[in-house]
Design a protein around this ligand. Structure first.
Ligand SMILES: [Fe+2]
Ligand SMILES: [Fe+2]
Length: 308
């Protein structure tokens, strides 16, 4: 546990793929879901394991965080019962005030009515100041302590064998409006997106289609860092814009046993220290270690951001 006067701490976890789609009906599995179900049956159910996710949640509770962000892929094939299961898990992890979630491509595997899919997670996706005129809740902004979390939705149903993402021009335009509003506030701007935003950093069939358009906007309206999931591996890259580079952090799956790649269950901790307009952020990974059967800490970097 942390003492009084500690920095503002937030935790980032991603891709828990926590649901069990085994009760799917034949009718529900028609179409693209059939391929996803086979992939879960053959491979994913062995890799994504609830006991690792539960262990991570216990470590997170012991460490303490002022806020937690989950960057998508809570489900496998977007069944209604998976969205309910994921909602219950979100509620068990933290209150809507203390946890922000965005969807991943597995949470938009097929086209689903809002009310029986992402709408079930609305309490964890509520803007501080909702825009009632907008057709989508994305992007939304939540300010917690010294941090403004800016949440995007890159999840959109795609053809079979594609795990691409797209923001769309409307969302990018609304993001610009959010960033203009935040420009004069003393906050650390943290952009949340499921797909990695750096063009060329992901396979073609898994990429963010409009990553160049997003980076073009970030050139004009930079943020302080970007957090993403999707790749199920750690990443520390940059969006390079004129005069600076924006740190980008990826992360392994929160529930990974580490069978199919070397990266077992992990979450990242960000300790934010504010001094006027300047911020220092200490970034650490909490990784599952098979040898000690515990989560151990690894320092990743320490960032400085802001202006004097
Ligand atoms: Fe994933
Ligand atoms: Fe994904």
């Amino acid at each position: 546990m942390r003492g009084a006067g500690a920095a503002f701490r937030f935790a980032h976890l991603s891709d828990p793929h926590l649901t069990d789609p085994s009760a799917a009906t034949f009718r529900e599995l028609l179409g693209k879901r059939a391929l996803g179900y086979l992939s879960w049956l053959r491979r994913r159910r062995h890799e994504h394991r609830r006991e690792f996710l539960d262990g991570l949640a216990r470590d997170l509770a012991d460490r303490g965080a002022d806020h937690t962000v989950v960057t998508g892929d809570l489900t496998h094939i977007s069944l209604p019962q998976e969205f309910l299961e994921a909602r219950d898990w979100l509620r068990s992890l933290a209150s809507p005030e203390q946890l922000t979630v965005i969807p991943g491509n597995h949470d938009a595997y097929v086209d689903m009515p809002w009310d029986v899919s992402l709408g079930l997670w609305s309490e964890h996706m509520r803007a501080d100041v909702p825009d009632t005129s907008a057709r989508s809740v994305f992007p939304f902004v939540r300010v917690r302590g010294p941090v403004a979390f800016i949440a995007l939705n890159s999840a959109e149903p795609m053809p079979p064998l594609f795990a691409t993402g797209r923001l769309g021009q409307t969302q990018i335009d609304r993001l610009e409006h959010c960033l203009v509003t935040l420009a004069n506030q003393r906050v650390l701007r943290v952009l949340l997106i499921h797909h990695p935003p750096v063009p060329g950093s992901e396979k073609w069939r898994k990429r963010l289609i409009d990553a160049p358009a997003l980076c073009h906007l970030l050139e004009r309206m930079p943020v302080d860092m970007v957090l993403h999931g999707h790749q199920h591996r750690p990443g520390h890259t940059f969006v390079r814009v004129t005069g600076r580079q924006i740190p980008v952090f990826g992360i392994p799956s929160a529930s990974a046993a580490g069978l199919h790649c070397a990266h077992a269950s992990t979450y990242n901790e960000y300790d934010v220290h504010q001094d006027g307009n300047r911020f220092r952020v200490d970034v650490k990974a909490r990784r599952w270690q098979q040898e000690t059967a515990s989560y151990t800490e690894e320092a990743i970097t320490s960032l400085e951001s802001g202006s004097d």
